[in-house]
Design a protein around this ligand. Sequence first.
Ligand SMILES: N[C@@H](CCC(=O)N[C@@H](CS)C(=O)NCC(=O)O)C(=O)O
Length: 310
Amino acid sequence: MSVNAQSIILHQYDISPFSEKVRVVLGIKGLDWFACEEPVIMPKPELVALTGGYRKIPVMQIGADIYCDTQIIIRELERRFPEPSIFVGGDRGLGWGVGLWTDRTFFMAAVAVIFGGAPDAMGEEFKADRTKLMGRPFDTDAMVAGAPMMAEQLRAHLGWVDEQLGDGRDFLMGDKPGIVDANAYYNLAFIRWIFPAGAKSADAMPRLAAWERRVAAIGHGNRQDIPREVALDIAKAATSTEAVKADPGEPNGLKPGDRVTVMADDYGRDPISGELVSSSAQHIALKRNDPRVGDVVVHFPRAGFLAMRA
Ligand SMILES: N[C@@H](CCC(=O)N[C@@H](CS)C(=O)NCC(=O)O)C(=O)O
């Protein structure tokens, strides 16, 4: 396969748990995609040229459309490639809400268990970078002190997943894998990569462990790696496919053509500004220009992001 303006390009790195969430979705859908390796810490000049300031990982690019945050990445994958669906029954709306559990409380428990058990796993530059990202000290001494409590939190989160499998189902919403599986899986994968001993409560839950093996066996679809410069050239040559669309219910009256700033409401709150192209209750798209990539449209989810008139 050769990379072009229709290709799925995932800006990611291999030990990124949020990238793993998307890789599992790519696996469920059996898609061809291109991985573009980004640095684990700042600076990330090529990524920021595409996003206009968003630095978190992963970011998906299709031509000159840039999707920031796993929620909007997965929504767009489902829109463009509806079969097989990530919705397997009973999860079409609240499946998204599960992401806010796994990305926030469950993820923070996983981070605390990993760095409480292996405080030096990633080195000083990483800690300094994550301190800036979080806006508070990435304090591994505090994580070591808090490790017993966080092991208890982690076991409780894993316990919900195990209980969900209690009727013998293969996947969390039934007999097929979907959005809830991709969400519940990636934190466990992250612990296994960096501090495997942190997963001992999972090993004590045989149903969970068997489910984990089933999700791992889905794989990641068909991946090929490309250099960052190739991805930037594709963005520069392409035109966004996002149509201008007004949002009659927009709570603050934002409309196409308005100058808008969007930022995450949790961490990595770097503001991104542009001209509104389209929006809905779940999506906002801003057009911006960068000397390296030309005109691009950057897409964000609404839940978990704040949009304001610039
Ligand atoms: N809400 C975001 C969270 C993404 C996130 O926190 N990603 C981590 C890596 S897995 C990150 O960006 N860390 C800082 C970095 O890589 O620079 C999403 O769902 O995509």
